[in-house]
Design a protein around this ligand. Structure first.
Ligand code: HEM
Length: 500
């Protein structure tokens, strides 16, 4: 929370205003609200979330109050969904109603007043962005053009690890730069000093922005709170820096000669967006420079930490499950044999590695509560009224561990995904690490080869040992932009040779 002692008098005044407004506006819903824990005046259920990881706390509360639960956080209505049946009900009967995103401070500042793809409201503009993403930016064909970038970045990291052979390396520091370099080169063509500055500023901005913003909990008072919010000031300042760095890069791209001899095959994502902007210039809905910057930021935020976090959890689980580690290594080593490196040509043969990644995403979805949705109108689910503009949190983490759907739900058992058609593309609502419905993550085809390539290379080139004095990787979590490892992931690489 950003409230600090010097603001306490102002805060008391705000609470008073809020209470008066609340009392004068209150009206009764026609159907009951979903069950939920008892609330306190002014703060509602906020105190029930304090002090523990939100996805775990919400699962515990859902065990008590049910899979459709109502929470009042500050003055906002929140609905928490913790079962595939309710997700199904949403997609079947209220698909369009639940396709909005709430307007929060971060989306206003970082996402150019919610005009990026992640936060823009459902409508013709969002559909245009989505179409550009599906057909142009993140299509399988486009992602394929980045294969060389992926292979170069991963091979550099493998070499770097080799230089530390036999001593502990912190994978938590090695893996994130791989995913951000891949995204940076795909987006900007090359990794320059300016790109490095953008990456570090985005990282800092997300860190500050992932704290709760008090005005998101009391939206009706934001004109009073925002001007005095220190966190808001810091996020806005960092964003201005990213914005001007992006301007510089886009100007450079505009100065580039028209498509070179290799044509579209050589375009980076900024080239693509500038081309699409031109092609769309006479349409009813067009792309502005700000829209382009918003989409590029989406791709950075969506595509870097999520993938890095997944690999870190996969390696942590494999370290703690030596049988699964052996099986995965044996598979990669038998498929790539004496080739000496892992490229993308044989991925279709890596069935067990794929199962390891799925099992990791089941137990550790990076977006444990997905990205919040908002229902555009009041509706009824299972006999309960969901007030319009409620924030809808889907606990994908808890759904992936629901013992009604998964045997030995808390155990890491990749075998469950071998020869099993369950996948994460939105058709199996008990497994939704990439979300579901119209807002499902558009970056799956970008993420999948990155995840496979990094993990397979780590498994092919090295055997992994615990650092001296340890025999287990602890699995504590930290909640932020993603649910990532709380502590470093230190492991010892031993170079593998087929003659060992
Ligand atoms: C392991 C990797 C990833 C995971 C687990 C992940 C997960 C998610 C989730 C849970 C959502 C919200 C879906 C919903 O509301 O139902 C989402 C949305 C989104 N993701 Fe991803 N993502 C990943 C990688 C990527 C990549 C690589 C990109 C881009 C290159 C990307 C771009 C986006 C965008 C733009 C949205 C917003 C879509 C919209 O609101 O229409 N993601 N992602």
């Amino acid at each position: 929370m950003e409230i600090q002692i010097p603001y306490s008098i102002i805060f008391t005044f705000i609470c008073f205003l809020f209470l008066i407004r609340k009392l004068s506006n209150s009206k009764k819903p026609s159907k009951p609200l979903p069950p939920g824990p008892p609330k306190l005046p002014l703060i509602g259920n906020l105190h029930q979330l304090a002090g523990s990881l939100p996805h775990r706390r919400l699962r515990d509360l859902a065990n008590k109050y049910g899979p459709l639960m109502y929470l009042q956080l500050g003055e906002t209505s929140n609905v928490v969904v913790t079962s595939p049946e309710i997700v199904k009900e949403i997609t079947k009967s209220h698909d369009q109603t639940f396709t909005n995103r709430p307007k929060i401070l971060v989306s206003e500042i970082l996402a150019y007043n919610s005009t990026d793809m992640t936060f823009s409201p459902y409508g013709s503009y969002w559909r245009l962005l989505r179409k550009i993403c599906t057909l142009e930016l993140l299509s399988v064909k486009r992602v394929q053009t980045f294969r060389k970038i992926r292979e170069e970045e991963v091979s550099q990291a493998v070499k770097f690890i080799g230089e530390h052979e036999g001593s502990p390396v912190n994978l938590g520091k090695i893996i994130p730069p791989i995913t951000s370099s891949i995204v940076a080169r795909a987006a900007f063509g090359k990794k320059t000093e300016i790109v490095e500055q953008i990456l570090s500023t985005i990282e800092y901005t997300l860190e500050v922005a992932s704290a709760f913003m008090i005005s998101d909990l009391y939206p009706s008072l934001k004109s009073i709170i925002n001007p005095i919010s220190w966190a808001r000031y810091k996020v806005a300042k960092a964003h201005r820096r990213v914005d001007s760095l992006l301007d510089t890069i886009i100007d450079d791209h505009k100065g580039k000669k028209e498509i070179d001899v290799d044509g579209e095959a050589n375009e980076d994502l900024i080239d693509v967006l500038l081309r699409v902007q031109k092609q769309n210039s006479n349409n009813e809905v067009t792309l502005t420079l700000e829209n382009i910057k918003g989409v590029i930021l989406d791709i950075f935020v969506g595509g870097t930490e999520t993938a890095a976090t997944t690999i870190e959890w996969a390696m942590s689980e494999l370290m703690n499950h030596p049988e699964a580690m052996k099986k995965a290594q044996a598979e990669v080593r038998s498929v790539y044999g004496s080739k000496g490196y892992v490229d993308e040509s044989e991925f279709h043969q890596l069935k067990y590695v794929q199962a390891v990644l799925r099992e990791t995403l089941r137990l550790h979805p990076p977006g444990a509560l997905l990205v919040p949705r908002e229902n555009s109108e009041t509706c009824e689910i299972n006999g309960y009224e969901i007030p319009a503009n409620s924030r809808v949190l889907i606990n994908a983490w808890a759904i992936g561990r629901d013992p009604n759907y998964w045997s030995e739900a808390e155990k890491f058992r990749p075998e469950r995904f071998v020869d099993n058609a369950i996948d994460y593309k939105g058709g199996n609502l008990e497994f939704i690490p990439f979300g579901f419905g119209r807002r499902i993550c558009p970056g799956i085809s970008f993420a999948a080869p990155v995840l496979h390539l990094i993990l397979s290379n780590l498994l092919y080139h090295y055997d992994w040992k615990f650092p001296k004095g340890t025999s287990e990787i602890e699995m504590a979590e930290a909640f932020g932009a993603t649910v990532r490892r709380k502590n470093d992931l230190c492991v010892v690489p031993i170079l593998y040779s087929a003659n060992n």
